[in-house]
Design a protein around this ligand. Structure first.
Ligand code: ATP
Length: 234
């Protein structure tokens, strides 16, 4: 479904991604691991067109999308839930979902309207008329994922969905990922392994803008030394 082929991405002269390649097949949940600054966010942003790679290719469903504008890519069926969640303050939960309607592809599946999302996630329905700015971190993360769903993605990218959240909330986000896995292909990032072991089938570890490891999470479980070498301690 997604093929990233040897991408090099820069911030000015800073060479953030140095030939990253990865693949995500339809139906998979894949985790991109690595320490702070390893290049996880930049990889996701390169896929969605926010930091276009200078070299290499991004291929989505057999179409070369390298260098296309982010809004064009979003309409082709990829959504990013950014690390900082970007909930719009001053808009209610419902209105935050509604604004995503204009980022839907013109045709294709219609699984997630704002109403449908609220039916599926009663926790958000209870907050329906609440200002987005007043939500807790966990509620914001749920809303950010729900808002991405309204754009009807076939591939959902989640940038550190657990960051700053209490363990009980992390469990809820994990349950949500497991539930979505039945219908949506996902690539998420994390700094440590436990969440990836529970919720992803395969993992890539990035170090200094390069892929240092690629394998199944089952295999990763058997190699704790990789965790010490390349990852933050959970
Ligand atoms: P984090 O956990 O901090 O999100 P990450 O693995 O996602 O880590 P990136 O944010 O992709 O890492 O950063 C990769 C490299 O690019 C780092 O060296 C970082 O300092 C640099 N970088 C990231 N964003 C920018 C930016 N806007 N301008 C300049 N350099 C940047």
């Amino acid at each position: 479904m997604l093929r990233v082929e040897g991408i090099h991405t820069y911030y000015g002269e800073s060479h953030a991604l140095q030939g990253v390649s990865l693949e995500v097949d339809a139906g998979e949940v894949v985790c991109l691991l690595g320490r702070n600054g390893a290049g996880k966010s930049t990889t996701l942003k390169s896929v969605i067109g926010l930091t276009p790679p200078r070299r290499g290719r991004v291929v989505f469903e057999d179409q070369d999308i390298t260098g296309r504008p982010a809004h064009w890519i979003a309409r082709r069926g990829i959504a990013l839930v950014p690390e900082d969640r970007r909930i719009f303050p001053g808009l209610t939960v419902y209105e935050n979902l509604e604004v995503a309607m204009n980022r839907r592809p013109e045709s294709g599946q219609r699984r997630w309207s704002p109403e449908r999302v609220l039916e599926a996630y009663p926790m958000l329905a209870e907050l329906r008329n609440q200002d987005g700015a007043t939500l807790s971190g966990g509620q914001q993360q749920m809303l950010a994922i729900a808002r991405a769903l309204v754009t009807e993605p076939r591939l959902l990218l989640l940038d550190e969905p657990n960051e700053g959240l209490a363990p009980v909330i992390v469990q809820q986000i994990g349950a949500l990922i497991d539930e979505l896995a039945a219908t949506t292909t996902m690539l998420f990032t994390d700094q440590s392994v436990p969440f990836a072991l529970r919720h992803a089938q395969r993992a890539y570890i990035l170090e200094k803008g390069e892929v240092a490891y690629a394998g199944t999470t089952a295999e990763l479980r058997e190699h704790p030394e990789l965790q010490e070498r390349y990852l933050s301690v959970a």
